[in-house]
Design a protein around this ligand. Structure first.
Ligand code: C2E
Ligand code: MG
Ligand code: MG
Ligand code: MG
Length: 282
């Protein structure tokens, strides 16, 4: 806690000069504390992965699980990734954290029943570090996980300006036999152009489009357009955030391939519950 006291002293020092910004300083202090704690979170073993199932709508079988990072903070309790991933990205800590996630996810999945795959979220910032391709290669080798069973989820920002550097990394990783999925599809600035920039194996339709199914005609039209297009392109489609039976049935009718959401299963620390649950859903 010694350097935290130091932050406080520094912050109080600033207060002397700018007395009325105490509230802003409080925010900055919280943020600095978070970054400070995040630095130690790996060695203190405070991270865990939760897994959420993806359901194949044709066969009714669970086909894969998405790894979702959780931080069990000693004082703050469970911190949501939405609150600490941005801090990790800005501070550069996403490098070691992302490595921990990939390694832990691949090790876990290597012990799962054969057909089940694992999906891992990769931050755009990770593309700026040491060879991501090399990291994926080494991690697969060390864990013994077959490349076919690994799927990386990236967001549109990775190829925002059709960055050739990132696209060549994606191609190299795909060359290893790993699948590449586009996460949160439809939320970006020009989603369709990204599909031309790289041959994605899978598109995950953002939950904001699924939320208003099946009653909202616009949402239905948009999801239909995406699934139709995917059929033509030969890309797999997953619907995110499926919470109701009505949404699930609408997606089946649209020939959507996969569904993920609280209806099928919430993220959980273990996947044992699914060992006996095959074909229970559709
Ligand atoms: P994402 O990759 O789009 O993950 C899906 C998010 O939707 C997860 O939130 C999941 O818990 C939530 N979700 C799943 N089903 C439902 C549903 O039916 N309804 C609702 N309302 N939400 C649902 P989570 O776990 O809080 O993660 C948020 C985001 O944080 C993720 O969005 C991803 O972008 C990021 N993230 C999580 N883990 C990692 C990680 O290991 N590395 C990186 N770089 N980012 C991560
Ligand atoms: Mg994801
Ligand atoms: Mg998503
Ligand atoms: Mg998201």
């Amino acid at each position: 806690r010694a350097d935290m006291a130091l932050y406080r002293v520094k912050s109080e020092g600033r207060n002397n000069w700018c007395f009325y910004s105490a509230e802003m300083d409080e925010k900055l202090l919280l943020r600095m504390e978070l970054e400070h704690d995040l630095k130690q979170a790996i060695e203190r073993d405070e991270f865990e992965l939760h897994f959420q199932p993806l359901l194949n709508l044709k066969t009714g079988e669970i086909v894969s699980f998405e790894a979702l990072l959780r931080w069990r903070h000693p004082k703050r309790g469970l911190v949501s990734p939405a609150d600490f991933i941005p801090v990790a990205e800005e501070s550069g800590l996403i490098g070691p954290i992302g490595e921990w996630v990939l390694r832990t996810a691949c090790r876990s999945a290597a012990a799962w029943p054969q057909p089940w795959r694992i999906a891992v979220n990769i931050s755009p910032v990770q593309f700026r570090y040491k060879s991501l391709t090399q990291l994926v290669k080494t991690t697969l080798k060390e864990s013994g996980l077959a490349p076919r069973r690994l799927e990386l989820e990236i967001t549109e920002t990775v190829i925002l300006n059709h960055e050739t550097h990132n696209i060549s990394i994606l191609n190299a990783i795909r060359g290893l036999g790993v699948r590449i999925a586009m996460d949160d599809f439809g939320t970006g600035y020009s989603s369709l152009s990204y599909l031309r920039a790289f041959p994605f194996d899978k598109i995950k339709i953002d939950q904001s489009f699924i939320r208003d199914l099946p009653h909202d005609r616009n949402a239905l039209s948009i999801v239909r357009a995406i699934t139709d297009m995917a059929q033509t392109l030969g890309v797999h489609i997953t619907a995110e955030g499926v919470e109701t039976e009505a949404q699930l049935h609408a997606l089946e009718a649209l020939n959507c391939h996969e569904a993920q959401g609280y209806l099928i299963g919430r993220p959980a620390p273990g996947i044992e519950a699914y060992f006996t649950a095959v074909k229970r859903y559709v």
